[in-house]
Design a protein around this ligand. Structure first.
Ligand code: NAD
Length: 307
């Protein structure tokens, strides 16, 4: 079996003091990568700070013969400090795992703007700021790997998580566009939607289910996507309980209206079953896919069916 190359890569993992990030850090450390273990050591809701979480992970990596350094900066307010720790300690950054996260769940009716903003800040703006700082380094060295941590809640929605879902789907858009902009510099950007045992899920899932959702079952994909060997970019993966699967966009074949057809709400009502028929789906991967549709529509004969 071919080896996945991670040795000597400098990897920043945000929120690596516990849960998924901790497991990634231990796994990278065991594979000879140089790990920046970032974590501000706050509560699930984002309050408070402590150096302990990051320190313990670094201790464990070093005890096992690996290389790691702790960093306690907030991804929102001091992303510069995180990149500086990587460059000062290990000379560069090759891989960025945007993993730090908080939860401030409530139904939309009760969601305050403050809680909406706070969740967007950590997940989306934190990832944006750190990626923005690493980008020139990646371009200059013609190598970079970025993992965005999205969520099934972002892909499908989840009651009580409007802030979290919005931030998480925002990360998908960020990854998809960065993948295009990074292509010629060998920068690959992908998104993972995990489900795993951590303090985020411990209160909402029974223990026997959690035991099947260990972070160890997520880490291998993150390591592969971070490696020299990774060939994909702009992809989204769901990963949990032993399942590793790619997600893609699907569009129904749809109803193509003739240029002179009546563009009325009634026409939509009449052809709604056709519009939503997924019998012959398409899988668009790019924006200019619409050129083909416009061309196809202009070639249709004049309307003869009305609506
Ligand atoms: P976790 O709470 O154990 O880990 C998140 C870590 O981020 C914490 O250690 C926390 O201290 C740190 N953190 C929070 N705000 C920070 C900030 N501003 N700066 C630096 N560090 C900060 O939870 P987890 O489940 O391991 O979550 C990891 C990531 O995976 C999160 O982005 C989460 O949204 C995502 N995720 C988790 C699940 C799951 O099932 N556990 C599902 C989907 C997505």
């Amino acid at each position: 079996m071919s080896e996945v190359t991670l040795k000597d890569l400098v990897v920043i993992i945000t929120g690596a003091g516990g849960g998924l990030g901790k497991q990634y850090a231990l796994s990278f450390g065991a594979r000879g990568a140089k790990v920046v273990v970032n974590d501000l050591g706050g509560t699930l809701g984002g309050s408070g700070t402590s150096t302990k979480a990051a320190d313990l992970v670094v201790e464990e990596i070093v005890k096992n013969g690996g290389q790691a350094v702790a960093n306690y900066d907030n991804v929102v307010t001091n992303p510069e400090g995180i990149v500086k720790t990587a460059v000062d300690t290990f000379g560069s950054v090759h891989v960025l795992i945007n993993n730090a996260g908080i939860l401030k769940d409530s139904s939309f009716k009760n969601m305050s703007e403050k809680d909406f903003q706070a969740v967007l800040d950590v997940h989306l703006n934190g990832a944006f700021r750190l990626t923005k700082l690493c980008w020139p380094i990646f371009r200059d060295q013609r190598f970079g790997r970025v993992i965005m941590t999205t969520s099934p809640a972002g892909l499908y929605g989840n009651f009580g998580q409007t802030n979290y879902s919005a931030a998480k789907l925002g990360l998908v858009g960020l990854a998809e566009t960065l993948a295009r902009e990074g292509a010629k510099y060998n920068i690959k950007v992908n998104a993972i939607a995990p489900l795993a045992k951590s303090r985020m899920t411990e209160t909402v899932m029974p223990p026997d289910v959690l035991q099947r959702l260990l972070p160890e079952k997520v880490a291998p994909l993150v390591l592969y996507l971070s490696s020299v060997d990774c060939d994909c970019s702009g992809s989204i993966f769901e990963v949990a309980a032993g399942l590793f699967a790619q997600i893609r966009w699907e569009r129904s074949e749809g109803a193509l209206f003739k240029p002179d057809e009546s563009f009325t709400p009634e026409a939509i009502l009449n052809r709604y079953p056709e519009i939503t028929d997924f019998e012959n789906p398409q899988h668009p991967t790019q924006l200019n896919d619409y050129n083909r549709i416009i061309e196809q529509s202009s070639k249709l004969p004049a309307n003869d069916q009305g609506s």
